[in-house]
Design a protein around this ligand. Structure first.
Ligand code: HAM
Length: 416
């Protein structure tokens, strides 16, 4: 789990600004939901035989023996909230977004954390492949805005409907059973429980076997196949480059039809996926809601920020104070606090920092300079005697002046 110190938070802030503009541009509405949910919600939606549920959830019993988990992803909680608050009774379709922390007890390494942030969007109630295209175009627009469009590559696949997957599972089981001696322990176990997951294996000893396995796209039902072609046509017409990866099955079980991932170009590590998503047309009903189709994606923000900072050589720093108050002596300390409060009243957008450490003027000026302040207001005994303040510009070529305290806001009004 990571701390975000002030040297990094400006990047988060700027990225959030981009995301807010993007979601407004596509008319998505913000939603918040709790960090804790009943464990069963995640098991039912993500699927019991997945890495997330089997190995990665932070789960505990509360004092009433209820099994609760920290959310490992956002879709399940978002849909639970939509069902619980009966949002479909008000509207047939919803476009929602969230920016929340998620928790997975994975082996920590660069780009893989146990607490990480996701920006997620969920488009509910729409069956047409236009919405799949909208989601992909939305993510592509973000890469464009961040100047990253050449760094990320889109892969798409279609998982078909339930029937497709049943037929495909049978074919996979048959194929892997014939080659059972080449399967590792995990895959042998998954052969009967969730054979699709075997395709996700990162074991290099099995890569040839997986490469030669039956291809999912050959088992697609007619509707999925048609929707997948329509999506490809939309993407071509919109100039979004993509490749079809028939091995892309995603690590969560709620998907059907279109799935997609954006990954770093020229990187083969398993942490190179920045964004993943797809359709999940049966999840809402499975969780007790009305039978409504849905699709969405989520971006791992740590991965996106790392990519953005390094590839653009961005140099953002946290907000510097404009005014820095320097004061000396008990009288000045008393006056100083009131004076900066009244400047804040008039200029709520101005950043004003007061030095309460005391010490020599020299040391206080040094600190003002380190903080990058533009102007220092100096209140010492000399100033107190005439009820005025010395205004000293630290970064601009303006004359130092002695301003009566009651004229200070007027002085800044003229300058600002
Ligand atoms: P996911 O592929 O599990 O999908 O996660 C989405 C993104 O979250 C990943 O592509 C990655 O960038 C980031 N991520 C995942 N795990 C970690 C980690 N341990 N550390 C850092 N970043 C990580 C979902 O979660 C789905 N709920 C997406 C979705 C929304 N599908 C439909 N709607």
């Amino acid at each position: 789990m990571q701390d975000h110190l002030p040297d990094i938070t400006p990047y988060w802030h700027q990225l959030e600004n981009h995301l807010r503009i993007l979601t407004k541009n596509y008319a998505y509405q913000e939603i918040h939901f709790p960090v804790l949910e009943k464990t069963a919600l995640f098991t039912h939606s993500i699927g019991a035989i997945t890495d997330i549920i089997e190995k990665e959830m932070y789960t505990f019993q509360d004092s009433k023996q209820q099994l609760l988990s920290l959310r490992p992803e956002g879709t399940a909680g978002c849909i639970r909230a939509v069902i619980e608050h009966k949002l479909f009774e008000k509207n047939q379709m919803h476009r929602l977004w969230y920016l929340e922390s998620m928790f997975r007890r994975e082996r920590p390494q660069q780009g893989r954390y146990r607490q990480f942030y996701q920006f997620g969007v969920e488009a509910l109630g729409m069956k047409n492949p236009q919405i799949d295209a909208e989601l992909i175009l939305m993510s592509y627009r973000l890469w464009n805005q961040l100047n990253l469009k050449n760094q990320l590559h889109l892969e798409i696949n279609s998982l078909g409907n339930t029937d497709t997957r049943e037929r495909y599972k049978k074919a996979l089981i048959e194929y892997f059973e014939k080659n059972i001696s080449q399967l590792d322990l995990d895959s042998k176990r998954r052969l009967t429980t969730n054979p699709l997951r075997i395709l996700d294996s990162k074991n290099p000893d099995m890569s040839f076997l997986i490469k030669e396995a039956p291809c999912l796209l050959n088992y697609l039902d007619e509707e999925s196949s048609k929707d997948f072609s329509v999506l490809q046509q939309f993407l071509k017409e919109s100039g979004v480059p993509f490749t079809i990866n028939s091995r892309l099955v995603r690590g969560l079980d709620y998907y059907n039809k279109t799935v997609f991932e954006w990954s770093l170009v020229n990187s083969h590590s398993s942490q190179n996926t920045v964004c993943g998503g797809g359709r999940y047309d049966v999840l809402i009903e499975r969780l007790g809601g009305p039978p409504k189709p849905a699709a969405g994606f989520a971006i791992g923000l740590e991965r996106l920020i790392t990519l953005w900072m390094h590839s653009q050589n961005l140099q953002l720093s946290s907000e510097k104070p404009y005014i820095y108050l320097i004061q000396q002596g008990p009288l000045a300390e008393h006056k100083g606090l009131k004076m900066v409060e009244s400047i804040r009243n008039t200029f709520p957008n101005l950043s004003i920092e007061a030095d309460y450490l005391g010490g020599s003027f020299k040391n206080q000026f040094k600190r003002a300079d380190q903080r990058g302040a533009v102007v220092a207001l100096v209140l010492g005994e000399d100033e107190m005697r005439v009820n005025a303040v010395t205004v000293k510009w630290l970064r601009q070529n303006r004359a130092q002046s002695l301003i009566p305290i009651h004229e200070l806001t007027e002085y800044f009004n003229e300058i600002l």
